[in-house]
Design a protein around this ligand. Structure first.
Ligand SMILES: [Zn+2]
Length: 400
């Protein structure tokens, strides 16, 4: 007998829930384990939780969408692969991936100040081993385990305003909190604010920064950039060393989270990761308050709106000659202006669909050939301009 198309029971996924957690809860409503549901309900082999949550086979996602009546993109969003390209550029490690993700922006330090590392097989945010971490209060009211609890991208629950805790056991049956004493600290307000912003990125796709909202993809990269800047060796800070020391003193954690030699944030233990997240949150707060010098090209995103706006008010204008300066600009100066204007246009296009479309049309106009649109789309992907911003341009499908 063929199993019914639509499962009669399928609890709705919680916001940002992981696929393994949702399957476990569906299975539980039939008195089954999720591996039994996979095998008997879907005719699929057993898949361990990390595989289910990372990049499960597409046909499994299609089948789950069919059985639950949910949109396939909603099912996909319960897995890491559903977060390409917002959180990840790709789930396939590639040479230069670190530089692309972490050096595209700069916040604290001027561009090119940081050493560019190239860790092997690196992917942003993904920890090497299975992580069991969650908000005890969320888990008390529901056994739903959130996808983002597995990632060191946030350290607290924005709903309950408390730190995530490591645990053993299974949320549906019992859990034993295992957070060591040295990680049981009060949640500082800057970290709580940073996590609320991350949560806004996850749940709405953008973050309200003081100056203007930014796309979630920009927020995740800004945050990862700041974490990289805070793991820079002392010698890399130059005159900013005292400022950075102040950030660590403010948090009460050892400089550089006690790192003696550099290693990517993702491979650190949760204690050091939390200390770095706290330092990033404090750095953001101090930059926002104007009491920390930030020389990065993207630092202005964290600053409050200036009293008098320039242009559309979203970013500084490209340098122009002043009224008193009647000298003809040199070719080098003109070229610098072109580069600055292009950088500003690309940065604006990453956040604003209208600007993205204008830039796209401008590039098409320059080529004089609409058939070259795919090349521009590739360039936009490389520049991290979301392709869905082009959904109303010539060929409709942003991923065509
Ligand atoms: Zn909670």
């Amino acid at each position: 007998m063929r199993p019914p198309e639509r499962w009669p029971l399928h609890p709705a996924p919680a916001e940002a829930e992981s696929l393994s957690s949702w399957l476990r809860r569906i299975a539980a409503s039939y008195g089954m384990y999720s591996l039994e549901l996979l095998e008997h309900g879907l005719g699929h082999r057993e898949l361990p939780d990390p595989e289910l949550d990372l990049d499960p086979p597409t046909h499994l996602l299609e089948e789950l969408a069919r059985r639950s009546g949910l949109d396939q993109s909603r099912v996909g969003a319960m897995t890491m692969t559903g977060w390409v390209p917002w959180l990840f550029d790709s789930l396939v490690p590639a040479p230069g991936a670190y530089e692309t993700y972490v050096h595209q922006f700069s916040v604290l330090l001027p561009p090119k100040r940081r050493k560019i590392y190239a860790p092997r097989k690196w992917l942003p945010w993904l920890p090497g081993t299975g992580v069991r971490r969650g908000c005890p209060e969320c888990l008390e009211s529901s056994p739903a385990v959130l996808l983002f609890w597995q990632l060191p991208v946030m350290a607290s629950c924005p709903v309950h305003g408390r730190r995530l805790e490591t645990y053993e056991g299974h949320p549906a049956d019992y859990i034993l909190l295992t957070t060591p004493t040295h990680d049981q600290r009060v949640l500082p307000e800057p970290l709580s604010l940073m996590d609320r912003r991350t949560w806004q990125a996850i749940t709405t796709g953008s973050v309200d920064l003081p100056r203007h909202p930014v796309h979630a993809g920009i927020w995740f990269r800004l945050l990862r950039t700041l974490l990289d800047e805070l793991t820079t060796a002392q010698g890399g800070y130059g005159r900013q060393l005292d400022d950075v020391r102040r950030v660590w003193e403010h948090c009460g954690h050892p400089f550089r989270a006690g790192l003696y030699t550099w290693q990517p944030f993702e491979t650190l233990g949760w204690t050091a990761q939390q200390q770095l997240l706290e330092a990033a949150a404090v750095a953001m707060e101090l930059i926002e308050a104007g009491s920390l010098t930030a020389l990065g090209t993207s630092a202005h995103l964290l600053l409050p709106e200036p009293a008098s706006n320039v242009g559309d008010g979203t970013r500084p204008a490209a340098p122009t000659a002043t009224a008193g300066d009647q000298k003809e600009p040199t070719l080098d100066e003109l070229w610098d202006r072109v580069v600055a204007a292009f950088d500003a246009a690309v940065e604006a296009a990453r956040e604003d669909p209208e600007t993205a479309k204008k830039l796209y049309d401008f590039a098409l106009y320059g080529l004089g050939n609409r058939r070259s649109g795919n090349g521009i789309r590739e360039a936009f992907t490389e520049l991290n301009i979301p392709l869905d911003f082009l959904s109303h341009t010539d060929n409709g499908d942003p991923f065509a």
